[in-house]
Design a protein around this ligand. Sequence first.
Ligand code: SF4
Length: 339
Amino acid sequence: MAIYKLASRKLAEFKAVDWQQSLREAIRTPAELLSILELDAAAVDGFEPTAKEFPLLVPRSFVARMRKGDPRDPLLLQVLPKQREQSKVAGFTRDPLQETCLAQHGVLKKYSGRALIVTTGACPIHCRYCFRRHFPYSDQIASRDHWGGVLKMLRDAKDVTEVILSGGDPLSLVDRRLTELVDEIEKLGSVKTLRLHTRFPIVLPERVGRKLLSILSRTRLSTVLVVHCNHANEIDDSVRIALKDLKSTGTQLLNQSVLLNGINDDVGRLERLSRVLFDCGVLPYYLHLLDPVAGAAHFEVEEPYARELVTQLQHRLPGYLVPRLVREEPGGLSKTIIA
Ligand code: SF4
């Protein structure tokens, strides 16, 4: 069991920032976002003032990392709704990975020995390219019956050695609910590893508080936390501190990015991202080709160009800093490694 040290932050700082309050104060309209960034709607290509099905959501601290007056800012482009999301593009569907038919009680058991729990539909940010942007969370969330159904499934499965908490974002659960769930997973004798897929430490680093660090530090399970960062500008000092604190619990930190047109489809940007992540104790793990979800076609990077980018990265970086280029296949038993 790892003993974590809060060398980087004082207790008072943890108490000072309430992540739920930060979420309540997040920006929820494109107009307010543009106003903070001192941008005129006319300057933004394809500006969409409303996006009802998948509304804008972005915390203020993430907005503070965007460049004012720049409609091409790589963080802004990840969250700002555009009119072209309404275009129908062949091959781009509402459930590109056909997950809804795989899910039972909010559990996806796609991979041998591993089970993924859809813990919540809530996220700290709405990423326009998200492959679950149309996911019917209300039908699939495992917490509806206080984890009873999901835990029964895992007990019956017997071969599950790793449980993956996903969503939405599993750190949207309050610490009490998270503790409850981790306690139950610990009771499953076959399970050795707990993995969380989360964008919180990047988007809203104040979520990484004492209680969360304690949960990770005290569990008997090996812990892996896969963050999601697409561009080095997402990492400021508060994110660095949160990642270092997570690392100090003995948790393995990995990153997955999505290769996004106009945001990180450039070898220099990808190189910088890998180096900055490594400085924070995070290994670049996967670089995903975009999942063809309806509304996100304008983010797509063609596979041949993606391969070329990775080849160029291999010339610039040691192997452990080159993420694996992968594609998810509907119903596939694992990711397809492209490069
Ligand atoms: S945080 Fe993750 S699950 Fe939530 S919208 Fe972004 S990519 Fe999708």
